[in-house]
Design a protein around this ligand. Sequence first.
Ligand code: GLN
Length: 212
Amino acid sequence: MRIGVLAVQGAFAEHMATLDAIGVEGAEVRLPTDLEGLSGLILPGGESTAQRRLIHRWGLRQPILDLAASGAPIFGTCAGMILLSTAIVDGDEPVLPLLDVDVRRNAFGRQLDSFEADIAVPMLGDRPVHAVFIRAPVVESTGPNVDVLARLDDGRVVAVRERNVIATAFHPELAGETRFHRLVATMAAEHDDPGEGSGRRHHPTRRTGQAR
Ligand code: GLN
């Protein structure tokens, strides 16, 4: 099983290192052929404007949408969350509209340009996630099939899931947090072999019948 990390721009090396840390083979994705045979894909943080251009330039958009449609898990962090949203408030056209949310870029303004916070993510267990926010987006509204995974103390939504697509406004990979990547690996393994695994009820990819 291999999980791809979009490597056209941004913080892809940290995701590769996190996959390595949990014993999962990662694959840097720059061209459509790099997506062949992958069991999941991570979209890293960085600059979504640059990433959108490169996704279009290298013809990556449709093959990524195809991978998602197969039921493989897609995980976006920060800029990756922006790319996955169906609407970017006051902004550009959607790129990979797989997540039915309205997202606002750079939502924390200059004073809170970057900050860290311990936030509860009940799906990952009792221990809070140490979340690193860097010019982060925020989710302003969610569609009916979107689960909110985490909020800041003020209620703003910073992590979401819709079936096989997960996104965080923050960077778990910069704080040694591995549980999101473990979840993605579990979902990827189930996508590859739908008969295996005990956590089927917890993984909506199973319910949609999209998994192979
Ligand atoms: N501010 C960036 C954007 O709008 C995202 C920042 C990040 O990924 N850390 O694309």
